[in-house]
Write a protein that binds this ligand. Structure first.
Ligand code: HAM
Length: 431
């Protein structure tokens, strides 16, 4: 039997794993849609593959995605080098530039959801194909937009019923601040290079700030022993004022958060504001989402300067957190009626009646003729509220409706079925 690629998952209603239940997935997306649409943001869908250049330039040469070759890249028949998106932000900025969205009222606020691909070693909470809800606000460099973006993200988690959230706000400064900070870090860590993990040793030259968010216990011990000064102390005048404004706004919006100087983010395009939302009790893969400002990204992609800020929410991670908090899993809507043909002639009648009722009710049919007892068994197994029996006794466009909980039954004309079932639903104690 052929199987799926490890690190990829199938999402369906009865999946044994909560995180891969399709109704849970849909519930997360719909909650995000509600929050973001209410704020006036518009949906956008970009292709899941792009010229590799678009995707690579965005995330940057020192990101794990590029350094560890986590992007799935391939050559198509036209000799084009393409990549499966390892994140959607670069594609959205590419689209903004390509379609001249700069002349629209700014900021242009867009959101999307869908599959993301990273060739990482998989484990619980980390997959090769995973899914994100992504939101971007393009065309404003006002710190108010950063605060609104963070608040919207937190509102999505709250809407989903999550409580044990840790919103960690940091700043990665402006590029020139980062140059100064990286020089300081290189100097500080170089004498300890041999004790650092392999990843951090590589990052010592390319992007030493990433050492600060290393998950290796040894790295963390070295960093705390060295008493590393935070990025905040290296900020220029403007970046500092910007950060303070974001903090002030977030306080005014009553978004609970803490300042965390170790927030570095794994993508190179960030400037100034950077944040992550973690869940307190889901273990190592605790980041439910992250975001930040990326004012230079558009220029990296050959466009003009377009300031931007946004976030990505990991859908599977959110589902894992919902399960951990015991948030009730939404289930597929229950079946109203299961129509069972009791003789050959009733087979087509079942389908005719189903089609008539389906705009208002969820109706399934049995496709083969069964005896009454077996038909009722099937209807119960399907989880239907009512069984509809069609046979000799029901000709002339009538159907016997049997309440599967109470066992009571009555004959109803086809034209009255929707109304009759509707009335029963409104009377909780009716049979
Ligand atoms: P990111 O932090 O790389 O940011 O990813 C966002 C979220 O996606 C993570 O916090 C995590 O929940 C989830 N995630 C990442 N990798 C995996 C994986 N292998 N398996 C399961 N979940 C994963 C971005 O992607 C940025 N584009 C966010 C952004 C938008 N920044 C500005 N605008």
């Amino acid at each position: 039997m052929l199987r799926s690629v490890p690190g990829t998952n199938d999402f369906f209603g009865k999946s044994k794993e909560y995180a891969f239940r399709e109704p849970v997935f849909r519930h997360i997306v719909e909650s995000a849609q509600r929050v973001l649409s209410a704020s006036g943001a518009q949906t956008i869908h970009t292709p899941i593959f792009e010229y590799a250049e678009v995707l690579q330039k965005g995330v940057g040469t020192t990101s794990d995605i590029v350094v560890k070759k986590e992007m799935y890249t391939f050559e198509d028949r036209g000799g084009r080098i393409l990549g499966l998106r390892p994140e959607p932000t670069a594609s959205i900025v590419r689209s903004y530039n390509e379609h001249g969205m700069k002349v629209w009222p700014q900021p242009v606020r867009l959101f999307t959801w869908g599959p993301i691909f990273r060739a990482e070693r998989h484990q619980k909470g980390r997959y090769k194909q995973f899914h994100q809800v992504d939101y971007e606000a393009l065309g404003s460099s006002d710190p108010l937009v950063d605060a609104e973006t963070i608040a919207l993200m937190v509102q999505i988690y709250r809407e989903l019923g999550l409580k044990h959230l840790e919103v960690k706000l940091g700043t990665v400064g402006d590029p020139e601040d980062r140059l100064r900070y990286n020089a300081y870090l290189r100097e500080l860590f170089r004498p300890h290079a041999q004790e650092l993990s392999e990843d951090s040793r590589t990052r010592l030259e390319s992007n030493p700030m990433r050492i600060l968010d290393s998950k290796s216990a040894a790295d963390q011990q070295i960093a705390s022993g060295l008493g590393v000064r935070p990025m905040l102390e290296f900020l220029g005048e403007e970046a500092r004022a910007f950060h303070q404004a974001v903090v002030r706004y977030l306080e005014a919006l009553e978004v609970g958060f803490s300042i965390d100087p170790s927030i570095v983010r794994g993508l190179d395009y960030y400037v100034r504001t950077a944040w992550e939302v973690h869940h307190a009790n889901i273990g190592a893969k605790s980041a439910l989402g992250g975001g930040g400002r990326y004012d230079g990204l558009s220029e990296m992609l050959g466009g003009s300067r377009v300031p931007g800020v946004g976030f990505g929410i990991g859908i599977e991670r959110v589902a894992i957190a919902m399960e951990e908090e015991g948030v009730e899993a939404p289930t597929s809507p229950s079946l109203d009626l299961y129509l069972a043909p009791l003789d050959e002639a009733a087979k087509v009648e079942a389908l005719q009646l189903a089609q008539k009722l389906r705009p208002q009710l969820q109706v399934e049919i049995g496709y083969s003729v069964k005896k009454v007892g077996k038909a009722l068994e099937d209807a119960t197994k399907k989880g239907a509220r009512y069984a509809g029996l069609l046979g000799q006794g029901e000709r002339m466009n009538r159907v016997t409706l049997k309440n599967l909980a109470s066992g009571k039954q009555t004959q109803v004309a086809w034209n009255d079925v929707a109304r009759w079932l509707g009335e029963q639903a409104e009377q909780p104690f009716a049979d």
